[in-house]
Design a protein around this ligand. Structure first.
Ligand code: MEV
Length: 354
């Protein structure tokens, strides 16, 4: 039982190289960002479990007594279990969605209810706990994306910079503190649909698409090699040049896979006009892109490109890669100014009856 407010956070992530290819068994390089999502868990005596996700406008509450009366035997507890369609259909009845609920909101609520009803909560995380968190997060991903590779939940759990291939994870030792811009085009897309489109293109044109995936694999490996060299030697302009060339090549491959979008083309053109190189990150079809910020750039130069991007209607964050993974911030270890700062930042608030 929770006795106090518990604040936890996990980092946002970007995929440097290997998105889509990773679904087909190739290597992906993924890094955790110094941009975090916070979740506040708070005991309540209201008899309700409430979910508040201010960033996506979700505020729902369920009567705990009613939840306990429902037959939940279709959900197993303990080890992470695959959220099969049949279980999710039953959960939709529990969720009791209002008529005007969008698909986006339905999926977020379903993922929450599935995990909430299945998980036994703990406050201290050992390596084993992290494995468990990662497994649960993977099941949450499945609710939303269908058939994910597992790279996204892995990098948000362990943080840092990861090489990921078919569930095998290795951490890059001392990745350089690269600065990037993370840009949200705000064009909505479905990861599930985009992953399916790539699969269909691979089935339709295997001789063309398979070499593209192999080449993306080689880009990920080359990027890993450059990052490791930067960690052992003093980073040189040649390193950044190589990283920029890899970004450009991968962006063209991703366009050839059919996951580009005019908003992403615009993003690349705008940053290129400032001498910077960008690619989509994640599923594509809109969504987010990343731009590498070389260390030689001055503050005003970075501001100018950020202004140009916000002028296109995009959201833009300057951040760095290699952040810590999922973390617990107990109330006791935080002082008042930190709480005040977090107050404005909380992306999710899960108030639980206990
Ligand atoms: C989505 O962030 C990354 C994809 O490669 C899908 C996946 O790995 O599950 C497009």
């Amino acid at each position: 039982m929770l006795s106090d407010v518990l604040l936890v956070s996990a980092p946002g992530k970007v995929i440097l190289h290997g998105e889509h290819a990773v679904v087909h068994g190739k290597v992906a390089l993924a890094v955790a960002l110094n941009l975090r999502t916070f979740l506040q868990l708070q005991p309540h005596s209201s008899g309700k479990v409430s979910l508040n996700l201010p960033n996506i406008g979700i505020k729902r509450a369920w009567d705990v007594a009613r939840l306990q009366l429902l037959d939940m035997s279709f959900l197993e507890q303990g080890d992470p279990t695959v959220p099969i369609l049949e279980k999710l259909e039953k959960l939709k009845e529990v969720a009791d969605f209002p008529e005007d609920c969008t698909d986006h909101e339905r999926l977020a609520v379903l993922a929450f209810l599935y995990l909430y009803l299945c998980i036994c909560r703990k406050q201290r995380w050992t390596a084993e706990d992290l494995e468990l968190i990662n497994k649960w997060a993977f099941q949450g991903e499945k609710v939303i994306h269908g058939n994910p590779s597992g790279v996204d939940n892995a990098v948000s759990t362990w943080g840092g910079a990861l090489r990921y291939q078919q569930g095998k994870i290795s951490s890059l030792k001392r990745p350089p503190a690269l600065k990037i811009l993370l840009i949200n085009t705000k064009v909505p897309r479905s990861t599930k649909a985009l992953v399916l489109n790539v699969r269909n293109r691979l089935l339709k044109f295997p001789k063309i698409v398979a070499p593209l995936l192999t080449s993306i694999n080689a880009i990920s490996l080359e990027c890993e090699r450059v990052l490791e060299e930067m960690a052992t030697a003093v980073p040189a302009p040649e390193h950044y040049l190589a990283l920029e060339e890899l970004i450009d090549m991968n962006q063209h491959h991703l366009n050839a896979l059919g996951v580009g979008h005019t908003s992403l083309d615009q993003l690349c053109q705008v940053t290129m006009a400032h001498g910077l190189h960008s690619k989509l990150t994640g599923a594509g079809g809109g969504g987010c892109g990343i731009t590498l910020l070389r260390p030689d750039l001055t503050g005003p130069e970075v501001e100018a490109v950020k202004q140009a991007l916000t002028g296109c209607g995009f959201d833009c964050w300057e951040t760095s890669i290699g952040a810590p993974g999922v973390s617990v911030h107990t109330a006791a270890s935080l002082d008042a100014p930190v709480w005040q700062a977090l107050d404005g930042l909380c992306a999710g608030q899960w108030a639980s009856s206990s």
